[in-house]
Each structure stands twice: as C-alpha cells, then as structure tokens.
Write a protein that binds this ligand. Structure first.
Ligand SMILES: Cc1ncc(COP(=O)(O)O)c(C=O)c1O
Length: 382
C-alpha cells in the first residue's frame, strides 16, 4: 500500500484508559485479582446475564464453553462458513467436527434453512456468529435448537451491545463468547468473555480457565491456605488485571463508542446509496447493528471493476481495507481436514468475491470519511 491516509482501524484509547492501566500495573495483583472480578460484574450487568467469566480471548471462550458443555469426540457442531477461523477451531480443539452452513444473502448471518439441512444425529451444538455486529435471527435459531435439543453458542466477537428484540447478544443462547481484540467494539489488547445465565456452566468455565484448580491464588492467599486440588484438565486462559482495568474503562463509555461507530456507518450508507454497483449493509428492522465492521458489496457488472481491482485502487490511494471473509471451507486446512469443496456454499462464495470492509472506528474523522467516499466515487465515475 502507498502512504496511509486513512487507516483501516485505530483503537480508541483515552487518558482515563491510560490512567486505569497504570493503576493496575502498580497494584498488588497483576493477574487473578479484583479488577477481573469487577470487569466481569459490570459486563454481566451490561449484557443482562447472571454470569460473566473473563478469559484471554474469544477463541478461549469458545473452546471452554464447548468443553464445559461436554462437546467432544464424535460430536458435530454447526458453524457458518463465512466467519473467522476461531469459530470452527473451537470444536476441533474438543475433538468434535465443525459442520459448515451457508449464510443469508442479505445479512451474511448463518442461514437457518441451511442449518436444518446439516443437522444429523451427531449434532450437539450450533455456534452462530452475529456477523459484522448485526444479530442473527435468534427466534428461528432457538426454535431449531429446541426441536433438535441443541446448545446455542453465540459468537459475539463482533456484536457487543447489539440487540435482537430488545435482548442483548450474548444473553439469548446458552452462552455468549466475546472478543476484545484491538479492532473490536471495546478492547483489552487481547481478551474475551463468556456470558451465561447457567450457574454450573459459568462455574465449569471458571475452573477450566485456571488449570482445573479448585481455588485460585488470591483465594488461597485470603484463606491463608496452600491447598488446592485439580479436578479437570484445564488451561491457562486468564485475563490479567491490566487487561481487565482497560476493559472496565472502555465498557464505561460503550454507548458513546457505539454512537460514534453507528453514526459514521450511517453516513457512509447515505452517501453510497446512490452509487451504482455498490450495495450498502442491510439492516433488519427488529435488531440493532453495532457496526463492528462496515461491509459493502461491489457488483462488478454495475460498478465496472471487480472487488479485487477496487481493493487495489483504494489501497493505492492510501486507504486501509479488509475482506471479511474468505469462507472457511475454501481455506487449505479445512478443505483437507473436512473434505469440503468450492460449490458447497454458494451464497458465502459469491459474497466473498464481492465484500470489502471500509475503515470504521470511533475516531475516524469527517475529512477521512469524505476522502474515502471521494475516492470511491472517482473510481465509480471512470
Ligand atoms: C467471528 C469471530 N469469532 C472469534 C474470533 C476470535 O477472537 P479472538 O481474537 O479474541 O480470539 C474472531 C476474531 O476476530 C471473530 O471475528
């Protein structure tokens, strides 16, 4: 890329964020301390669930939820193909098979019609992804889960704060898994959270994230005891205190962060709606879209050039871009491991050739947005 004029993403870090991080750095507990507990409490309150368990990534969250639900060898888990690798890797970590499903043409969320075609006697769970920050059709998904006795895990990596019929994502299925990677709607550098109303599930996830140990270091310190047992094969998936302090600070201004993203996204949509060959994001009426990503579609026969040439030309003009996603079933590892082929999921395949994610972040300023729009229009007019 030539000189960067508009980056794809810049995290929003304020003076208050920095102050909180430094306070945590000089605190007694660098990990396993009170900040993680405070972050969990405020996160659970925000999402509207009884329990939130902090972990060090959304990948860890997905892995632990499946393990805690007993998903393992011989089980199948249906996941959308139009997602990030972690969604499908979690079942594989547990020895289960991810079974891909195609997506809906307008939202790029998992297609409920296609889920029904993929269910077998071995299906144990669905991992659904609220793509780009717009919730899936949860009523239909919950109905399928009820009919076939399946667990529903919401991959909320994109969707913190998004609502479906007034319910927050992460509070609708059996569990929600969130990401705080730097591009996400709030960040803790790396980080994640499990949300659930199921007390036993929350307890099991807490155990598994800390080596399967019956007590953590701070509890042993408080009780002046050295004793612990290990009751499960666990992991070290803890979120540290510095990360948690940043998370608390970021979450306290989540409404503002959302307003900034949504306002910019709607401005893009207003200005791009008249451009022939560009399809702006569809927003379903019964949901709020929190625009983790702003994804447009480039239709070659109307726009004049295809998505790859469009990407190249905007990159040359100093604009940071991305593509979400190449469907997983077309990536080498999954093709080989799961035996999938081009042609298996036509909607996702078509979308993957046309989508492009434009720069979108809370601090994106008016002149940067106008620059992106000007460059798109100048390419369109050629
Ligand atoms: C849909 C989806 N699921 C899971 C993840 C994994 O998140 P993390 O990087 O926090 O492990 C991502 C990351 O971008 C994602 O986009």
């Amino acid at each position: 890329m030539s000189e960067e004029i508009v980056p794809f993403y810049i995290p929003s870090i304020t003076a208050e964020d920095k102050k909180r991080v430094v306070e945590a750095l000089v605190s007694r507990w660098l990990t396993g301390g009170p900040k993680a507990a405070e972050f969990e409490e405020s996160f659970a309150r925000y999402v509207g669930v009884r329990h939130a368990v902090s972990v060090n990534s959304c990948t860890a969250a997905l892995h632990l939820v499946l393990s805690a639900l007993g998903v393992g060898e011989g089980d199948e888990v249906i996941v959308p193909t139009f997602t990030f690798a972690a969604t499908a890797n979690a079942p594989l970590y547990c020895g289960a098979i991810p079974v891909f499903a195609d997506v809906d043409e307008s939202t790029f969320n998992i297609s409920t019609g296609d889920i029904l075609k993929r269910i077998t006697k071995k299906t144990k769970a669905l991992i659904i992804v609220h793509y780009a920050g717009q919730p899936c059709n949860m009523n239909e998904i919950l109905q399928i889960a009820k009919d076939y006795r399946l667990f529903v895990i919401e991959d909320c990596a994109h969707s913190l704060g998004a609502t479906y019929m007034d319910k927050q994502t992460g509070s609708i299925g059996h569990a929600g898994c969130f990401s705080f990677y730097p591009t996400k709607n709030i960040t803790t550098f790396e980080g994640g959270m499990v949300t659930t109303n199921d007390k036993d599930l929350a307890h099991k996830v807490s155990l598994l994230k800390n080596h399967g140990m019956t007590s953590d270091a701070r509890t042993r310190n408080e009780l002046a005891t050295w004793y612990y047992d290990v009751t499960e094969l666990g992991y070290n998936y803890r979120l540290n205190e510095v990360q948690a302090a940043l998370g608390i600070s970021q979450l306290s201004r989540i409404d503002k962060l959302h307003r900034q993203r949504i306002g910019r996204a709607h401005y893009y949509t207003k200005k791009l709606n008249g451009v022939s060959g560009i399809i702006t994001p569809f927003e379903a009426k019964d949901r709020t879209h929190v625009f983790h990503l702003y994804v447009i579609r480039v239709i070659e026969r109307e726009f004049g050039i295809n998505r790859d040439r469009f990407f190249e030309q905007l990159s040359k003009r100093g604009i940071g871009l991305s593509v979400h996603y190449t469907p997983l079933h077309l990536l080498s590892y999954y093709k080989k491991k799961l035996g999938c082929r081009r042609g298996d999921f036509p909607v996702a395949e078509q979308a993957s050739e046309e989508v492009i994610s434009l720069p979108l972040f809370p601090g994106l300023n008016q002149s940067q947005i106008d620059y992106v729009l000007q460059q798109i229009k100048s390419i369109a007019n050629k």
